[in-house]
Design a protein around this ligand. Structure first.
Ligand SMILES: Nc1ncnc2c1ncn2[C@@H]1O[C@H](COP(=O)(O)OP(=O)(O)O)[C@@H](O)[C@H]1O
Ligand SMILES: [Mg+2]
Length: 357
């Protein structure tokens, strides 16, 4: 028998731990007036605990539908899933029925969406709504309330109210304790959004899906909320999918970034690598398109050209019709994500080289 091979410089890397979330080649069609639009075309993303992934791209590229898919909030119809899986902690979420999804949603998978008016119940006090979430989380994970098992109902309520007040303080609601007894209409839109952020974080979800969570907030509160998010990731090893069109937010908050174009991930990897040396022509265009006035805010303004019709999408690379580097092959077959440098991956037959960075 041969002796085992000696370790070698090009030996394969040890396998990476199974990610908490693996969106594995996900396809989604949405029915519309013009026909069925192929809105997610093989979206692939792996998110480990402790990672904050930014998902960026122009309006309409499929960021929200990706987040809503993980939360299993895309109605079918009008949606229809094709190939692909959404594996969360070893389970394919797409195979679960609503009764199996409900205990995951909100508890293990927290969500913050853009529009704060839709998510708070106008009839109940802010404090009651937070306490309900804290009690539900505490029933499942008693350590969240900091109580020993067997604590009385009154002790649990008091601990939940205390936790609610502390979370409101952490999202910078002034005079938080007194404001627990207010109703949502007594809060401004920005404050309601902060309440929803507190509500999503109070149960310490394993995964947080945040779709433009701070877009409605002013810059200083936004910075505080993003700092809180980073603290929570460090404290609880949470994983985050942060959907944003703001590259400043990505640079400030994310460990990784994925760039979407027309329902596909065109580039992904560690945030520094992707932002400092983008390889995909689309990522380049996106970063270059930042108009000077908006650069400070890091806002994506979009780039010239027309996003493809997703009812009749291009056969090959979806960016090819807009791409100065496209060749015949690009129009025929879509490129797959492949490593450009370590974990920095790009789906392009003609990526920019590091030298031209
Ligand atoms: N409920 C829906 N019915 C039909 N088409 C939809 C629906 N929601 C989104 N879409 C389409 O899917 C595409 C992706 O949308 P979305 O995920 O909201 O993009 P983003 O969040 O990146 O702006 C867009 O072309 C949009 O028009
Ligand atoms: Mg969106």
């Amino acid at each position: 028998m041969n002796p085992p091979a000696a370790p070698h410089a090009d030996a394969p890397m040890p396998p990476v731990a199974e990610p908490l979330l693996h969106i594995d080649g996900l396809h989604l069609w949405m029915r519309s007036f013009e026909g069925e639009a192929h809105v997610l075309a093989g979206v692939d993303l792996r998110v480990q605990r402790g990672e904050v992934w930014g998902l960026v791209g122009e309006t309409g590229c499929g960021k929200s539908l990706t987040g809503l898919s993980v939360s299993r909030l895309v109605a079918t119809p009008p949606g229809r899933y094709g190939q692909g899986r959404i594996v969360f902690d070893g389970q394919d979420l797409l195979r679960l029925d609503e009764a199996q999804v409900r205990p995951l949603r909100g508890r293990r998978i927290g969500m913050i969406f853009q529009d704060p008016t839709t998510n708070l119940n106008p009839l109940f006090r802010i404090g009651e709504q937070l306490v309900d979430v804290a009690l539900a989380a505490g029933a499942h994970s008693p350590e969240i309330l900091g109580l020993a098992p067997g604590a009385s109902r009154g002790e649990r309520r008091a601990a939940a109210r205390e936790l609610a007040a502390r979370m409101l303080e952490r999202v910078r609601i002034p005079d938080a304790r007194a404001r627990l007894d207010d109703h949502p209409h007594q809060f401004s839109g920005g404050m309601r959004q902060r309440v929803l952020i507190a509500m999503a974080l109070i149960g310490r979800p394993d995964l947080l899906i945040a779709d433009e969570p701070t877009t409605a907030l002013d810059v200083s509160v936004q910075a505080q909320i993003l700092a809180l998010l980073k603290d929570m990731v460090a404290e609880y090893r949470m994983a985050v999918l942060l959907i944003t069109h703001n590259l400043g937010v990505v640079a400030q908050t994310c460990s990784h970034v994925a760039v979407m174009y027309a329902g596909t991930i065109v580039e992904r990897g560690p945030v520094r690598a992707v932002l400092s040396a983008p390889r995909h022509p689309y990522t380049r265009a996106l970063l270059k398109a930042l108009p000077t006035r908006a650069t400070a805010r890091g806002t994506l303004e979009g780039i010239p050209g027309v996003v493809p019709d997703l009812v009749r999408p291009p056969a090959g690379c979806r960016y090819a019709p807009r791409c100065a580097r496209a060749s015949e092959g690009c129009l025929r077959t879509a490129p797959e994500l492949a490593s450009a440098a370590g974990a920095h991956e790009v789906a392009c037959y003609h990526p920019h080289s590091l030298a031209s960075a």
